[in-house]
Design a protein around this ligand. Structure first.
Ligand code: XUL
Ligand code: CO
Length: 436
């Protein structure tokens, strides 16, 4: 059965008015030495696209999803079929899922694991038939009430063990389905109040859990990249994986750096009070940029709205960081984004993916042009030139200490600064966006 009455979405160019066509995403067009699709590595998120119903704290779901009238394994299989059909229509090569997105939990842990195995067979076949690949998979350790106090950071050791069983199974499935990455988003890994929390033990346990995952991956020969997805709050008030800097210091403390990179989500960056680019840039200069959850928040709202990304500034500066990083592979751009509750029709899924894909394709084109012309590079090089000669060079090369610097400063206390030219740079960026 076909769910979407659309054959395929094709590239028609910027002049097209066809809402079911790409205006910028031309997957085989070569940009900076490789086809757009290899730069962008778009992925569909299973949870928002196939499993979500559009409920909010004030009302039930609104999404029209014909497969939802089914149940159990039948529902699981129809959902998968609908997802693969949508990816084929859009020309999306990758997908991502949590264990519970593909099939609901069974009556007990054993039944849950068996259901997952059955669905892994099914997904394996769909992957073979379509050539679509698994960008990453993960385990949901936040929705069920058993995770009320956390997963690997729960006060209850039985919960820790339960989580180990789930991640063990999902690593086996990751290996089997050729997942290129495995993500840990610390859903309820955080706390509400220190009045009842042993933060030190919780963090030690989180590190123990991650080390066990690394060990088990090695044991079974899963070679995908491990990713941690920072988020500052929601669901808990204090999430342990607040932002990239926090995660890096955690990994370094427990000697886990070297095993994990970051999966940066735009809306998580802004919740942490950072820009999306700040988080990507922090990853890049620390060599831990692993993958991207492409979405955007609403600056009027203080929560994770997971909207489809349509902001051209964000996508341009994100792709600028990706290009400077030498690419995002084996990561990709996963649309961790959901349609608004009012956009409940099935075809809204197609329009929203087109919006996100075109926005990032245009961002890639602008970023490539900016880099070719060295717009910011040249400005920044000039701005910091005092560190390439004289006393600045001596500082960088470690040739001077406070004695030498004080001596220098005493002879040179007429300091001349230059403008940072922020507004000029912003208007240059605008012009590249208008014209690229
Ligand atoms: C939650 C979130 C998750 C992770 C995977 O905010 O982003 O969907 O991407 O667990
Ligand atoms: Co995410």
């Amino acid at each position: 059965m076909s769910y979407f009455n659309v054959e395929s979405v094709k590239y028609e160019g910027a002049g097209s008015n066809n809402p079911l066509a790409f205006k910028y995403y031309n997957k085989d067009q070569v940009v900076a030495g490789k086809p757009m699709k290899e730069h962008l590595r778009f992925a569909m998120s299973y949870w928002h696209t196939l499993a979500a119903e559009g409920a909010d704290p004030f009302g039930v779901g609104t999404y029209e999803r014909p497969w939802n009238k089914l149940d159990g394994i039948e529902l699981a299989k129809e959902k998968a079929k609908a997802g693969f059909e949508l990816m084929q229509i859009l020309g999306i090569d990758y997908y991502c899922f949590h264990d519970v997105d593909v099939v609901a939990e069974g009556a007990n842990l054993q039944e849950t694991l068996n259901n997952l195995d059955e669905m892994a067979d099914y997904l394996e076949n769909l992957q073979k038939e379509t050539g679509i690949k698994l960008l990453w998979t993960t385990s949901n350790m936040f929705s069920h009430p058993r995770f009320v106090h956390g997963a690997a950071t729960s006060c209850n050791a039985d919960v820790f063990a339960f989580c180990a069983a789930k991640v063990k199974k999902m690593l086996e499935i990751a290996k089997r389905l050729g997942a290129e990455n495995y993500v840990f988003w610390g859903g309820r890994e955080g706390y509400e109040t220190l009045l009842n929390t042993n933060m030190e033990l919780e963090l030690d346990n989180l590190a123990r859990f991650l080390k066990m995952a690394v060990d088990y991956a090695q044991e079974i020969g899963f070679t995908g990249q491990f990713l941690i997805e920072p988020k500052p709050k929601e669901p808990t008030k204090h999430q342990y994986d607040f932002d990239t800097a926090t995660v890096l210091s955690f990994l370094r403390k427990y000697n886990l750096d070297g095993y994990f990179k970051m999966n940066i989500e735009a809306n998580h960056a802004t919740l942490a009070g950072h820009t999306f680019q700040h988080e990507l840039h922090t990853c890049r200069i620390n060599k831990v940029l692993g993958s991207i959850d492409a979405n955007q928040g609403d600056m009027m709202l203080g929560w994770d709205t997971d909207q489809f990304p349509t902001n051209i500034y964000d996508s341009t500066l994100a792709m600028y960081e990706v290009l400077k990083n030498g690419g995002i592979a084996p990561g990709g751009l996963n649309f961790d984004a959901k349609v608004r509750r009012g956009s409940f029709q099935l075809d809204d899924l197609i329009y929203s993916y087109i919006a996100g894909m075109d926005n990032f394709a245009k961002g890639l084109l602008v970023a490539d042009k900016l880099l070719q012309d060295g717009v910011f590079e040249n400005f920044i090089d000039t701005r910091y030139r005092s560190f390439t000669e004289g006393i600045g060079k001596d500082i960088v090369e470690g040739k001077v200490g406070f004695n030498e610097l004080a001596e220098y400063a005493l002879k040179n206390d007429e300091i001349i600064n230059e403008s940072g030219r922020q507004e000029l740079l912003e208007t240059i960026l605008n012009n590249y966006i208008y014209n690229a």
